[in-house]
Design a protein around this ligand. Structure first.
Ligand SMILES: CC1=C(CCC(=O)O)c2cc3nc(cc4[nH]c(cc5[nH]c(cc1n2)c(C)c5CCC(=O)O)c(CCC(=O)O)c4C)C(CCC(=O)O)=C3C
Ligand SMILES: [Fe+2]
Length: 375
């Protein structure tokens, strides 16, 4: 990675995440925040509430973000990057609006945002930008001059995101019994989203079957398969599959589901599977419940050996990647040339989401994009 140091014009980094409950009393209000106006069936909400109660009503996502904050601050300090790091969530405390208010009070005027979502899609990008716009509107209504907020480009193909995940897949393979290891399939998983949302994900030119969302995940999967082959000499068969589907059953969402996929592989005589949740940045509830609990129980029932590989979480290589992305963007904003690190076939993603990128069903103002109502 190139050694870049200067962070002007930015005076702060905002870690923007999903948020999660921190105890049993938080679960229902959290789910209400997440699903406000989104038409999720009541049955699904009750079921998802149970996932959280199974873990004492605590999502691991907040502690994972605290660990990432520590890793980022440590990395910045060790590399002479003088940039304070703040944290705000979309759906639970510390709430984004409160954090932005605090940042404004601290005199932060030019903020760069890292979202804990690496790929394009309405849920993974525009919804974060809509919530940024909502928070900025609240500040403006309170008479606070809203700071300027940019968002880092999608980092799915940054080596600091891909390589730690590839190492984890190798570790999971090594952890399988030796007699089934070479025949193991790799099941790359991500959050299912409605087909219609996938098809319109990314900029207009990426729209089509699966859109940027599926194309980006496939690119990452291929990169990991390549790294695994180089390391082990084995070309493991693989497929991109989905998890955590919600929404009404008559609306098509991306398939197959990981559990159906495990059943199919078992039926075909596959001896073992590594599940690699490449769609996520940390081992949060979607990983702990949908993979480690549900899919792992399904595999046990089938008698199919499975392992689940780790996400990047607070890996120091990921923290270094964030530094690289911040300094790259800072250079770009200063009008200087910057090296844009990216692996794979798609190349570095755009800095500024163009108009029509990952459109919403019901248009809402979104910040940090070409259609932002803010500077
Ligand atoms: C693409 C994507 C990501 C990855 C990108 C990113 O990370 O942002 C993601 C992450 C997450 N999703 C999470 C939790 C939930 N997502 C829900 C609902 C939904 N997610 C969707 C998509 C995504 N979700 C969609 C299309 C819906 C349907 C409703 C709607 O159209 O908005 C619901 C409602 C109940 C249910 O339906 O499951 C919950 C509770 C948590 C927190 C986990 C924790 O607590 O540890 C995290 C990190
Ligand atoms: Fe979700």
């Amino acid at each position: 990675m190139p050694e870049q140091h200067a962070n002007p014009p930015y005076d702060a980094l905002l870690l923007l995440s999903f948020g999660g409950p921190e105890g049993p009393d938080d679960v229902v209000p959290f789910l209400r925040n997440v699903t406000r106006g989104r038409g999720i069936p009541e049955e699904r909400l009750k079921e998802v509430g149970q996932h959280y109660f199974l873990f004492g009503g605590v999502s691991p996502i907040n502690d994972q973000n605290r660990a990432l904050l520590d890793a980022l601050r440590k990395d910045f300090a060790e590399h002479g990057v003088d940039l304070p790091v703040y944290w705000g969530n979309r759906n639970w405390a510390p709430y984004l609006t409160d954090t932005l208010r605090e940042m404004a009070a601290d005199g932060r005027r030019r903020i760069v945002t890292l979202a804990t979502s690496a790929y394009a899609s309405y849920s993974g990008c525009r919804q974060y930008r809509e919530d940024l716009a909502g928070a900025l509107a609240t500040l403006a209504a309170e008479g606070i001059e809203p700071p300027r907020v940019d968002k880092l480009r999608h980092y799915f193909n940054h080596p600091g995101f891909v390589r730690p995940m590839a190492r984890s897949v190798l570790a999971s393979l090594a952890d399988l019994p030796e007699d089934v290891r070479a025949g193991a399939h790799l099941a790359f998983t991500t959050h299912s989203i409605p087909d219609a949302a996938a098809d319109t994900s990314g900029p207009a030119e990426a729209h089509g079957e699966g859109g940027a969302y599926v194309a980006q995940h496939l690119d990452v999967a291929r990169l990991i398969v390549d790294i695994v082959r180089e390391e082990t000499g084995v070309e493991h068969p693989w497929r991109l599959v989905y998890q955590s589907r919600s929404g009404a059953p008559h609306i098509p969402w991306l398939e197959p589901d990981i559990c159906d996929h495990l059943e199919e592989l078992h039926g075909a005589g596959v001896p073992a599977v590594v599940m690699a949740p490449i769609g996520f940045v940390s081992d949060h509830m979607e990983v702990l419940y949908d993979l480690d609990t549900e899919a792992t129980a399904k595999a046990a029932e089938l008698g199919l050996p499975v392992r689940r590989s780790a996400t990047v979480g607070a890996d120091p290589r990921f923290a270094a990647a964030v530094r690289d992305l911040v300094l790259e963007r800072a250079a770009t904003e200063r009008g200087e040339p910057a090296e844009r690190c990216a692996l794979g076939a798609l190349g570095p993603s755009h800095d500024l989401c163009p108009v029509g990128c990952c459109p919403a069903r019901a248009p809402k103002p979104a910040a940090a994009g070409a259609d932002s109502p803010y500077a």
